[in-house]
Design a protein around this ligand. Structure first.
Ligand code: GMT
Length: 371
C-alpha cells in the first residue's frame, strides 16, 4: 500500500509523530511518500520505502502572501498522479486537511482516502480563530477518518466543533527499543561537576510552553538550598525572554541554552527531572520521550498531560503557573533518591505499557484498512 504523509517539517510534535509513523510503516512494507516544505527534521537518513516530495511555494509580485495551501494541494495532486496513493494522511488540520480535501475533489477519479490527525493547537488555539474555525469543522467532517492524539483532544474537538462523526483516539507513541536511558553523560561532568541535579526542558519555545516558568522553578529550588542546573533545549519566540529572565534573576550560570538539538536520547539521559509547565498541551510528546528515558516529569495539569504523567506515580502535575508547587515536587524527587528510582522505573513501564510504537502503529493501520 502507498501512503502520502503530509506534515510540518520543523521542530514540533506533529512532524515528529508523522515522521516516526512513516518510518514504522515503511519498516512494515508500506511505501511512504512524505510531502512537506522541507525535509522533516527526524527524517535524517536513507530508508527503504521512504520518499520525500518538497512543496515549492511559487513567488509572484501580485501575491503579498505565500500560497502554501494551494502549493501543497498541487504537490499532493502530483504525488497522487504519479504514485497512485491509497491514503493521504495529513498531520495538523490547518491547512493540511483542506489541501487534502481539495486534492481529492480535483482528482475525482482517484479512490484515495484522506485521514486527518488532530494534534493540538489546530483545535485548541489557532483552529478556534473565527477565520479558521468553519474550515476546521468542514475539514473534520469531510475527512474519511479523523484521529486525535489524546482523549482530551478528541473530547475537545467534538465539543468545540459539534462533531457527530467518529473520531478515533490514537495516542502518540514511542519506540522504547530506541528511547531508553543510556548511562554515560558528559554534560553532567562539565555542567554539573559537583553532583547538582539536572532539570531539563525541550520545546519550540512558544508562549503556550511557558518556558520562563522553568527559570522560576529553578530559582525556588536553589533558594531551598538544593543544588541544581537547568538545561533548555530548542528555540523559538520565547527564548530571548527566557534568557533575559535568567540574567535578571542572576541565574545564568545555572542555566544552559543548547538551542535546537537532535541527540535527544543522549541529552534526556543526563536529566534528573523533566519540566513541562505548559499552559496548553494536547498530549506532551516530549514528556513521553523523557519518561521512556527514565526521567520523571513535573508538569502542568492541562489538556492531555494527565493521560501521560500520572501524578505521584511516574511524575507530578500541578496547576499551570503554580511554579512553587512544581519546585516542591522537583525538590521532593531530587532529595528522595528512592522515590526518584521508583518514579523513573514507573515512567519507563508506563511508556512501554501504554504507548509502545508497535501497538499504536497497528491502530493507525487498522484505521487505514477500515477507511
Ligand atoms: O499544537 C502545537 O503546538 C503544535 C503541535 C506540533 O505540531 O508540534 O504540537 C501538538 O502536537 C504534539 C504531537 O501530537 C503534542 O504532543 C503536543 O502536546 C501538541 N501541542 C499542544 O497542544 C500545545
Amino acid at each position: 500500500m502507498k501512503i502520502g504523509m503530509v506534515c510540518y517539517p520543523t521542530y514540533g510534535g506533529s512532524g515528529i509523530v508523522a515522521t516516526e509513523l512513516g518510518e514504522a510503516l515503511a519498516a512494515r512494507g508500506w511505501e511512504v511518500h512524505f510531502i512537506s516544505y522541507a525535509n522533516p527534521i527526524r527524517l535524517d537518513r536513507f530508508r527503504e520505502n521512504i520518499f520525500f516530495h518538497e512543496v515549492e511555494i511559487p513567488h509572484y509580485p501580485l501575491f503579498e502572501f505565500h500560497l502554501y495551501t494551494l502549493a501543497l494541494t498541487g504537490k499532493i495532486l502530483e504525488v497522487l498522479k504519479y504514485e497512485k496513493l491509497d491514503i493521504i494522511h495529513v498531520h495538523y488540520a490547518i491547512p493540511h486537511a483542506i489541501s487534502g480535501i481539495l486534492s481529492k475533489q480535483i482528482a475525482a477519479s482517484s479512490k484515495v482516502k484522506l485521514v486527518t490527525t488532530l494534534h493540538g493547537t489546530d483545535i485548541t488555539l489557532i483552529g478556534l480563530e473565527p477565520a479558521f474555525s468553519p474550515i476546521v469543522k468542514y475539514s473534520i467532517e469531510q475527512s474519511d477518518a479523523v484521529t486525535a492524539v489524546s482523549r482530551y483532544l478528541k473530547d475537545k474537538t467534538i465539543q468545540q466543533f459539534q462533531i457527530e462523526k467518529e473520531i478515533h483516539h490514537i495516542p502518540n507513541f514511542i519506540d522504547t527499543k530506541i528511547y531508553k536511558r543510556i548511562e554515560s553523560c558528559n554534560l553532567k561532568k562539565t555542567f554539573a561537576p559537583n553532583g547538582e541535579a539536572i532539570l531539563m526542558h525541550i520545546s519550540n519555545f512558544r508562549a503556550v510552553k511557558r518556558v520562563p516558568d522553568t527559570i522560576k522553578i529553578l530559582k525556588e529550588v536553589l533558594e531551598q538550598g538544593v543544588p541544581a542546573k537547568l538545561i533548555l533545549i530548542g528555540d523559538g519566540p520565547e527564548r530571548s525572554e527566557t534568557e533575559k529572565l535568567a540574567y535578571e534573576l542572576g541565574l545564568h550560570s545555572n542555566v544552559k541554552f543548547l538551542g535546537k538539538q537532535n541527540a535527544i536520547i543522549e541529552l534526556l539521559s543526563c536529566a534528573d527531572v523533566f519540566l513541562l509547565p505548559s499552559q496548553s498541551e494536547s498530549f506532551g510528546l516530549s514528556a513521553l520521550e523523557a519518561m521512556a528515558c527514565g526521567v520523571p516529569v513535573v508538569a502542568s495539569s492541562v489538556g492531555g498531560i494527565p493521560e501521560v504523567v500520572q501524578h505521584n506515580e511516574n511524575g507530578f502535575i500541578a496547576e499551570f503557573g503554580d511554579v512553587s508547587r512544581m519546585a516542591r515536587y522537583v525538590i521532593d524527587l531530587i532529595k528522595n533518591k528512592n522515590k526518584w528510582k521508583i518514579f523513573s522505573e514507573n515512567a519507563v513501564e508506563f511508556a512501554k505499557k501504554e504507548y509502545e510504537a508497535e501497538k499504536i502503529v497497528s491502530m493507525y493501520e487498522k484505521v487505514y484498512r477500515e477507511t
